[in-house]
Design a protein around this ligand. Structure first.
Ligand code: PEP
Length: 692
């Protein structure tokens, strides 16, 4: 079982890693080349004949969003953020992409699907197989999303989410404004264009096969050179198809021609020693003309310093003229293939600086070099030097601005989580210790015994005040108010008994009948009360309630669905004689130990030493705890440990807000039965708050 769980855990996290790294990489390379991604989206739209209907800005926004979405999904999976939702989104993404790439592989309408931008070029079938693997991994994550442990706690996930979205959108926008951070195309800085066009010696060239169609006696047949027939056959037609690509150099479609097509100057441009500027604009009609002044200034600088300046475009003569009209451009235009120009630089227009045929600088029209008639020769400017370690520098920036903050956040989060865990552990240990000593399950109770105090109006007012206070500020214990009979029905009308339960102070030992002045358990119950105090020392002492009478009362109370707060306790003489244990034991045996264990669950014991009731003398917490523990032990002897642990044993006798916390802190004291201090809301609340 454990081994299976471990294997599943490993599988889920391997899938998580595969998906996250792939998505982060593919999303990032797309996001930093929004124009490249846009061109690819336009290719797809053209294949399905929709290209002309979708405006450029839509495809551009879609390309930024697509790259950003993939990147974010990858990061969220890596950090296990919103695991269920994100793994479903990844599955949805793969469920769309996989059939799409199957179609690409089968129909081959586009050679490179563009899933890794220009960074990694896969064949369409390779892409499809890759997607099958990702789809399977996405299914695993979807089935077991919670198998991915979080790198960052839930409460801090929003920081990663927000920072990642800002980072990727900012990166994408910056790359759109300037140029892609990383250039994976063959025209990157440092590339020797001429070398990129060379086919190495001995490399396999493309292979072609020619089929000949010949006819004899009205019958047409196809032949190849290997089975070419005799002269009795008449030649009709032939067709030649490429059967293998052979070695394709990284740059295979670069050429520069004069606009009338009369001259190809590719070689002279690429072989020239020294600096040359190439202004690149695939479409002059769509080119951004905001910075034409800077371009003109660079052109003038070139004129002054004898640097050739070629403007390469795929536009028509009208397009060129249109550009000249709006910008006053005086430089010479040449023709180059549109796709090649789009590949050379992701800016329209953009500027390229060649030195001895090697690309040493690339600039978007928004970020052109500041060169004017005052500027020194290129050798003496930063623009004329090959940038050093630009890749290392760019990677360091990403580490500094994105990876490092996230690592620090993760570290801080984990440390915070760990300390929290340690604290919780300590806390739960404390609880455990407490639990061992005092069953926390046991109900804690503060019960008030109003005795023969307060008329109906005063009683109602007090009950109302308590009701309101405790409903606004929920107590940490059960609260009961036991009132004279006359209050019960009225108070029951408004008391929220989920918060404060209502009880009587007595009930008759007879079920019903001619017992003038008595109130039966059934009557008490009918008022809405839930509890009844029985065995109070005042009733035992002043009204002669014997253990037998109390036994009857307890029976009747339980029979009528009332819970009993059963009071026991020794007199001062008995305590002084050290007989307290015997006294309480006898009182329990005399009136409640006849009950079944099930019935006994409805008994709350209140230990009230008679010498402490209303006298201002309180038993010390230690004295009280000692006898409470004893009472619990005799309950355990009678009904078993479990029942004893569940029995609430309250202390009563001059209990007030000042001594309640110390008394209630004792493991066997589960609250108090309060006389005098229950007659004022503030005093009573002070005791209730001892549980907080
Ligand atoms: C009581 O009568 O149950 C009692 C405990 O009274 P006091 O709190 O006033 O001592």
């Amino acid at each position: 079982m454990h081994a299976r769980k471990a294997i599943t855990g490993i599988l889920v996290n391997v899938c998580r890693l595969v998906i996250s790294l792939t998505f982060i990489f593919s999303g990032y390379v797309k996001a930093i080349d929004p124009l490249g991604t846009q061109y690819k989206l336009q290719d797809y739209l053209n294949v399905v004949q929709l290209g002309q209907y979708v405006p450029d800005y839509i495809t551009l926004v879609a390309s930024v969003l697509l790259g950003g979405l993939e990147f974010c999904l990858g990061v969220f999976i890596l950090f296990a953020i919103h695991r269920r939702l994100v793994s479903r989104l990844v599955l949805l993404f793969m469920a769309i992409m996989t059939p799409l790439t199957l179609w690409l592989a089968v129909a081959n309408p586009i050679k490179d699907c563009g899933c890794f931008g220009d960074a990694v070029i896969l064949t369409n079938w390779e892409t499809f197989y890759k997607n099958i693997v990702l789809l399977a991994a996405a299914i695993v994550l979807c089935v077991k999303p919670l198998g991915m442990p979080r790198f960052i706690s839930r409460s801090n996930q929003w920081i990663v989410v927000t920072y990642t979205i800002i980072f990727i959108l900012f990166s994408s926008s910056m790359c759109l404004y300037t140029l892609p951070t990383f250039d994976f195309r063959p025209y990157h800085i440092g590339a020797n264009i001429k070398k990129g066009m060379e086919i190495p010696e001995g490399a396999k060239g493309p292979e072609f096969e020619t089929t000949f169609i010949l006819e004899k006696n009205g019958q047409r047949k196809e032949f190849t050179l290997d089975n070419y027939p005799d002269s009795t056959w008449t030649f009709i037609d032939s067709k030649t198809v490429q059967i293998s690509e052979g070695y394709v150099p990284p740059i295979h479609d670069f050429s520069i021609q004069t606009t009338d097509g009369s001259e190809d100057i590719t070689d002279s441009v690429l072989s020239r020693r020294g600096y040359s500027f190439l202004l690149i604009s695939p479409h002059l009609e769509k080119a951004d003309d905001t910075n034409f002044g800077d371009i003109d200034q660079i052109y003038e600088y070139c004129q002054n310093n004898n640097y050739p300046f070629y403007a390469l475009t795929a536009s028509t003569d009208e397009g060129i003229q249109h550009w000249r009209d709006i910008t006053g451009a005086e430089y010479q235009f040449y023709l180059t293939d549109e796709t090649t120009l789009k590949t050379i630089i992701r800016s329209n227009p953009g500027l390229l600086l060649l030195k001895d045929g090697v690309v040493i600088g690339k600039w978007s029209h928004n970020d052109l070099p500041q060169l004017n008639d005052q500027s020194p020769k290129l050798e003496r400017t930063e623009y004329g030097q090959m940038p050093q370690n630009s890749v290392t520098c760019k990677i360091s920036k990403i580490v500094l601005w994105y990876i490092l903050p996230l690592l620090l956040l993760t570290f801080a989060d984990r440390t915070w989580k760990f300390t929290k865990w340690i604290k919780e552990k300590e806390h739960s240990n404390k609880i455990y210790q407490l639990f061992k000593r005092k069953k926390n399950m046991r109900k804690k109770i503060v019960a008030g015994n109003w005795k023969m105090n307060m008329n109906l109006q005063d009683g109602i007012a007090l009950a109302k005040e308590l009701n309101e206070t405790l409903n606004n500020n929920k107590p940490n214990c059960g609260v009961i108010i036991c009132t004279p009979f006359i209050h019960l029905a009225s108070i029951a009308q408004f008391l929220n008994q989920d918060v404060i339960a209502l009880g009587a102070e007595n009930c008759a030992d007879k079920e019903k009948g001619a017992f003038t002045g008595e109130v039966s358990a059934e009557m008490v119950k009918s008022t809405g009360a839930q509890y009844v105090i029985l065995g109070h020392s005042e009733r035992r002492g002043y009204y002669g309630e014997t253990p037998e009478i109390l036994k009857e009362k307890v029976q009747l109370a339980l029979k009528n669905g009332l819970k009993v707060i059963f009071c026991i306790g020794e007199s001062l003489e008995e305590r002084e004689a050290g007989k307290q244990n015997d006294v309480v034991k006898a009182e329990l045996e005399g009136s409640v130990f006849n009950l079944t264990a099930e019935e006994f669950k409805n008994i709350v014991i209140a230990y009230e030493p008679i010498w402490a009731i209303g006298t201002g003398k309180t038993a010390t917490a230690e004295q009280a705890e000692e006898i409470h523990a004893y009472i619990r032990s005799i309950v355990a002897e009678k009904y078993g440990k479990e029942v004893a642990e569940d029995t609430s044993i309250l202390y009563g006798g001059s209990c007030k807000a000042s001594n309640a916390p110390e008394l209630f802190a004792k493991p066997d004291i589960d609250g108090g039965l309060i006389g005098g201090a229950s007659l004022k809301a503030a005093d009573f609340m002070g005791i209730i708050d001892a549980w907080k």
